[in-house]
Design a binder for this molecule. Structure first.
Ligand code: NAI
Length: 265
């Protein structure tokens, strides 16, 4: 069991669920967000912190032996917003981890690192990145940063390219990208249980019948996702007619992100 697990982004959609379900992994769960997320529950500490503030992040990481890093800008925005949370912020986090001796991180990367591949392409961890947005590029930056901190300083990171982690899939694309909350939790459990993690890219996706991504290189984690989006297929199909074959949401892995405008400031 970890002594103190830091959960960033605890005020977000995924963070709220993780806060409820990851407490068993550590004696103390330190939950953090730029937003107010207090008060602390049993065995919890709450710290309000902007990831863009290097000194605050150093204090945030102090005393933690594991981090689940969900905090940051989670959709496309202007570059300054992306840069503060996802570029400066992730640098501050790894610097703090190096200085304070934290050795293992679960990093919420994204399918938008490979969003410009088409939906008929089958990818594993060796596929060169094809980010679809500034957001996707920022996640690719973080993956590179994590690799450097792994090879130079021995910090291990699970680079989890999350597909779509929601209670259930709500559109056709999500039939291939869905990661169930239960499978998310079991992945975090394995990441902190294995004796040697390394710094692997892991596709954060359930055991869906529709499948674009191959995780066979991380079988050593012993992670066996159990849920399958196929049970929601009829429900999803009933909601909306199929998009045109060449519509971005039917053509690219990143869906509608690929047509987001570039916002400078
Ligand atoms: P979210 O937007 O609901 O939560 C992100 C949290 O980060 C928010 O509570 C926000 O206040 C916090 N945050 C933003 N800027 C910050 C800053 N400068 N300092 C500190 N905290 C800051 O996003 P969600 O859906 O919970 O996603 C969590 C993580 O997983 C994100 O990093 C996202 O990019 C990643 N992800 C999520 C997917 C999903 O399906 N939910 C898919 C792919 C990646």
């Amino acid at each position: 069991m970890l002594k103190r697990l830091l959960l960033t982004g605890a005020g977000g959609g995924l963070g709220k669920m993780a806060r409820q379900r990851l407490g068993h992994l550590a004696e103390t769960l330190r939950v953090s967000d730029i937003a107010d997320i207090g008060p602390a529950g049993p065995n919890e500490e709450c710290v309000q912190c902007d990831l863009g503030d290097a000194r605050a992040v150093e204090l945030l990481v102090e005393g933690c032996d594991g981090i689940v890093h969900l905090g940051g800008q989670s959709v496309e925005d202007k570059f300054s917003v992306i840069a503060n949370a996802n570029i400066h912020g992730v640098f501050h986090l790894y610097e703090a981890a190096r200085k304070k001796g934290c050795k293992r991180i679960f990093f919420a990367s994204s399918n938008h690192v490979i969003g410009l591949y088409t939906q008929d392409q089958h990818l594993d961890h060796t596929a060169p990145p094809r980010p679809d947005t500034l957001y996707g590029v920022s996640k690719h930056f973080a993956e590179g940063l994590a690799q450097m901190y792994h090879h130079r300083f021995g910090i291990e990171t699970a680079l989890v390219r999350i597909g779509s982690c929601f209670p259930k899939p709500v559109d056709r694309r999500m039939l291939a990208t869905w990661l169930s909350p239960d499978d998310f939790v079991s992945l975090v459990e394995r990441v902190f249980a294995v004796p040697r993690l390394g710094c692997p890219v892991i596709y954060g996706v359930s055991d869906n019948d529709d499948c674009w991504w191959d995780n066979s290189h991380v079988s050593y984690l012993g992670w066996r996702p159990k849920d399958n989006s196929a049970v929601y297929r009829d429900e999803v199909y009933a909601k909306a007619p199929p998009p045109a074959k060449d519509a971005p949401e039917a053509y690219y892995q990143g869906g509608l992100f690929v047509v987001e405008p570039i916002r400078e400031e």
